[in-house]
Design a protein around this ligand. Structure first.
Ligand code: ATP
Ligand code: MG
Length: 294
């Protein structure tokens, strides 16, 4: 069974697709076969990071044209196997919960060691639910305040949505659930939520506490120009611990590198073109952290 690695961010344009494609190539180079999936359903562009101008056959064909999963996997010249997104944005921006589970289950049954999901920006149910279905959850950001705020918001929505679904199975938690839907206003701090649940049912309360404590997020800081930007990691970790009581694993950083956008323009995947660069070595460090810590 393949393990799912999901890469999200909250804010757009912070480097999810660059990280996903580079991580897949790095895992492959390290002998861990990986399937890369464009799960940015409303804005698929991962194919550009693999040297394709237009997406080859992809996830649309699986969900809407009834192709088998094996038929929609592209074997790229870089050695990475790839499931493209849909060029037709309106065609597939939203998929149902059943479709999400079906595609994830099928991906898990593929013979790869890992399946990497490049998710869309924002907090749509598509993105948040796919993130919650993954065994390894990664959030990418840069050091800009907007990216940090959106990364925090994304993680909070993802955690609360998971809890909301879990609690909605039992009507005795109807009040808690109602407040939960009102997210930040009612529960700025996850401990307040856990105390409310504990008041209704102590056992469920301690279960929820355990789940929250086990909800692990890996963080990657991208587009780093100055060393001092790394302080963002420590600040972010403190805030997540304080308000959401979850564990953060600092997976590493990627420097700003001019050759990233150039390689997209030239249709030559960065990791492949510059495997000996300092940037590729940072990506390998992140890969090793994903393998050992996440
Ligand atoms: N380390 C880096 N150094 C320099 N430029 C970078 C780096 N990482 C990403 N970029 C640039 O930032 C742009 C956005 O990157 P990318 O498309 O990977 O972000 P994204 O989070 O997937 O965006 P979206 O939310 O639109 O899917 C790219 O066009 C790329 O040129
Ligand atoms: Mg992207």
């Amino acid at each position: 069974m393949a393990e799912i690695i999901a890469i999200a961010s909250g804010k757009g344009g912070v480097g999810k697709s660059f990280l996903s494609s580079s991580l897949a190539m790095s895992l492959n180079a390290g002998g861990h076969s990986s399937l890369l999936v464009d799960a940015d359903l409303g804005g698929a562009n991962l194919h550009n990071f693999l040297g394709y101008k237009i997406p080859p056959v992809g996830i649309y064909n699986f969900l809407r044209e009834k192709n088998q999963l094996e038929e929609i996997i592209t074997h790229t010249p870089m050695g990475v196997d790839f499931v493209a997104g849909s060029g037709d944005i309106l065609g597939i921006a939203h998929i149902t919960k059943v479709e999400r589970s079906r595609v994830i289950e099928k991906l898990r049954q593929t013979p790869y060691r890992f399946v990497i999901l490049d998710l869309g920006a924002g907090t749509s149910f598509n993105t948040v639910d796919l993130f919650n279905l993954a065994e390894k959850k990664i959030v990418a950001m840069n050091s800009e305040p907007t990216a940090i705020e959106n990364a925090y918001g994304f993680i909070k929505v993802a955690l609360y949505r998971y809890l909301e679904r879990f609690l909605s199975a039992d009507h005795v938690f109807a009040d808690v659930n109602k407040k939960l839907r009102n997210r930040s206003a009612s529960y700025p701090d996850v401990e307040l939520l856990i105390s409310d649940v504990e008041r209704v049912d102590a056992e469920v309360g301690s279960f929820i506490r355990k789940f929250v404590n086990d909800y692990k997020i890996g963080m990657v800081l991208n587009i780093v120009r100055f060393k001092k930007e790394l302080n963002v990691f420590y600040g972010f970790e403190t805030i997540l611990k304080k308000y959401l009581s979850i564990v953060v694993e600092k997976l590493g950083f990627i420097p700003y590198d001019d050759r990233v956008s150039e390689s997209i323009r030239l249709m030559q995947p960065f990791y492949n073109a510059y495997p000996e660069s300092g940037t590729a070595s940072c990506i390998n460090d992140i890969r090793d952290m994903v393998l050992t810590k996440l």
